[in-house]
Design a protein around this ligand. Structure first.
Ligand code: 5AD
Length: 363
């Protein structure tokens, strides 16, 4: 009975919130395989079996924000703060260039400090000079003014990731302090500003937050569609002991369920949006050692090996059990080991622009 209903729902072109809630309810049941099969088929048809690499540089863990879930929030005084040196950033970019990654991501804590803004501009220029404009660069440096987004775009940033964390305003407000610096409205405005500035725009959510329902997750999926997002980075919420939200750890669904729910979110997103780039996020590996590979086989098409030099990475702990497993120097071995799990190939040397972005621009 449920099988027939699932199959007929999956053949629809659009999904209501109720449809999505119904489909999400199978996250810990065998029927979810039907959804995974459909997602694999659509992935093959619309984005193919290529996995695009994004070498990740965790540029700085200095953060002016105080998000209740995040291990590098300003009020966690137990982290040692760092900023990767210019020389190390350029070395990472050069490594990505020489190893044919074709793309890098510069991610950092949030600050609107003028020195920081200028530094990112300079680094963008230096990276492109050193790597002969061969790399596509994604920034993930938080909420900034439209002018800053424009400056960085002109300096050679092509893509920008800004997670909304939850599209449901009441949840957003319980996981962030209630002040101007953490406003839901400003975050949405920043996403609009990024689209206006011409970026390929990425967003996403945490899955399995305290008191988050399947309705809330269905709203998250619909948000991505309504907003015409090009790239998605969403992953399971993983508790961090040095954060205020840790107190709510007993009100979470089990980690295993969060893991399965995340895979199902990826699959449903692939079925709904078809041509977007979906990253297989690092947080998955914190819950299951083969998590990221599984996600790639089901729906995702982007992998972000970490390029940050090891001397810095122990201080970029956003959540407990954050794995170092896919540090770039282990990438090849990792892929070899898991080759049998999926028919995907790493697309070395390809930029892998979001097809959704290209289609959006052509419309
Ligand atoms: N669990 C999962 N993801 C987290 N992030 C921050 N803290 C956590 C956590 N405890 C994610 C947020 C942020 C990204 C850089 O890391 O979604 O946008």
């Amino acid at each position: 009975m449920s099988k027939t209903k699932i199959l007929s729902l999956l053949n629809q072109d659009t999904f209501s919130k109720n449809d999505l809630v119904y489909l999400l309810s199978f996250y810990n049941k065998d029927e979810k395989q039907l959804i995974f099969e459909k997602s694999k088929e659509i992935k093959q048809q619309f984005v193919g079996n290529k996995i695009y690499l994004r070498g990740l540089i965790e540029y700085s863990n200095k953060c002016t924000k105080d998000c209740f879930y995040c291990g590098i929030r300003a009020h966690n005084h137990k982290v040692e703060r760092y900023t990767v040196s210019d020389a190390d950033v350029l070395n990472c970019a050069d490594y990505a260039y020489k190893n044919n990654y074709a793309s890098i991501v510069i991610q950092s804590g949030e600050t609107k400090d003028k020195v920081f803004i200028h530094k990112i501009t300079q680094l963008l220029e230096q990276i492109h000079q050193k790597t002969k404009h061969a790399l596509k660069v994604t920034l993930s440096c938080g909420e900034q003014s439209p002018e800053t987004y424009k400056t960085w775009f002109e300096a050679g940033a092509h893509r920008y990731l800004l997670r909304l964390e939850s599209s449901v305003e009441s949840i957003y407000n319980t996981i962030h302090p209630n002040d101007e610096k953490h406003s839901y409205e400003n975050r949405i405005q920043a996403l609009k500003d990024l689209q206006t500035a011409g970026y390929q725009v990425g967003s996403g959510f945490m899955i399995g937050l305290p008191k988050q329902s399947l309705e809330d997750l269905a709203s998250d999926l619909l948000f991505l569609q309504d907003f015409n997002i090009d790239m998605v980075g969403m992953g399971p919420y993983v508790e961090h002991i040095e954060t205020p939200m840790y107190k709510q750890k007993d009100f979470l669904i089990p980690q295993e369920d969060r893991y399965h729910l995340t895979l199902l979110m990826y699959a449903l997103l692939r079925i709904m949006m078809k041509d977007v780039n979906i990253a297989s996020t690092t947080a998955l590996d914190a819950l299951n050692p083969t998590g990221r590979i599984e996600a790639l086989s089901v729906a995702c098409n982007v992998l972000m090996p970490n390029l940050t030099p090891i001397i810095y990475t122990s201080n970029y702990h956003l959540y407990n059990n954050k794995p170092d497993s896919l540090h770039s120097d282990k990438l090849v071995a990792y892929i070899e080991k898991h080759k049998t799990l999926h028919g995907n190939n790493i697309a070395f040397g390809e930029h892998g622009n979001s097809k959704h972005f290209e289609n959006r621009k052509n419309d």
